[in-house]
Design a protein. Structure first.
Length: 232
């Protein structure tokens, strides 16, 4: 069995771009920290935005990996959590809930029956591939609480406990850094010109975020192996 999922391997590969931006900023800072401050800040800001995007993409791909394996390995639906079904069809369920016109409601129910009804059975494997695009809908801004809620779509409710056990004394520092990354990224996205990190802080942020994703990968993979199927 591989040590990590393909999702984490992709994340690690994409991390090289972030590290390149960080290293470039550090190199410039050593040569001319005052005169080229704007350039240093631009590189660091770009690295922060990219790193946050990479974390979000990693979690999405991790979920996609699980969905593919659940279908391909014919996991019995008796092992599937109730919330999993909801998120498979959340888009159409929410549309039905928010629609008042009887004809429109009926049309949406007909659509649900035609497209999703075969998923809604608690016996045997899923007959059709599961839509990652629909299942992932609503997940964004990858703070730890949101990642925890996303993984709980599969029924993994002990994620934070497992993370704390794995990271031990570095747990608080790690989750705070991930949340801080997303906060700074959001400040940049909303036009805050002061939102950035110096190259030395950025380097440490990259290191901690990488540890976080690697630990998440191991924790979720182990949970899937014990409750659903192997995903790596």
């Amino acid at each position: 069995m591989a040590r990590y999922t393909s999702a984490y391997s992709s994340f690690a590969a994409q991390l090289h771009e972030v590290q390149l931006l960080s290293s470039s900023a550090a190199l410039i800072e050593r040569s001319d920290p005052i005169g080229r401050r704007a350039e240093i800040n631009a590189l660091c800001r770009a690295a922060i935005v990219l790193l946050s995007a990479n974390v979000e993409a990693y979690i999405r791909e991790l979920g996609e990996n699980a969905l593919e394996n659940i279908h391909m390995k014919a996991v019995s639906r008796k092992h599937i959590s109730k919330q999993f079904y909801y998120h498979l069809s959340k888009d159409i369920i929410d549309e039905i809930r928010d629609t008042a016109d009887p004809v429109k409601v009926a049309n949406k129910v007909f659509w649900f029956i035609e497209n999703d009804s075969k998923h809604w059975c608690q016996a045997g494997p899923f007959e059709k591939p599961l839509s990652a695009e629909r299942f992932n809908k609503g997940f964004a801004n990858p703070k730890v609480d949101k990642i925890s809620a996303y993984l709980n779509r599969f029924g993994y409710g002990n994620y934070k406990d497992d993370l704390a056990q794995a990271l031990q004394s570095s747990y608080k520092v790690t989750i705070n850094m991930v949340d801080h990354l997303v906060d700074v990224r959001n400040q940049i996205a909303h036009g805050d010109p002061t939102a950035t990190k110096p190259p030395s802080d950025l380097k440490e942020m990259i290191r901690i975020v990488r540890v976080y994703c690697a630990t998440t990968d191991r924790a979720f993979s182990e949970w899937c192996k014990n409750n659903l199927c192997t995903i790596r």
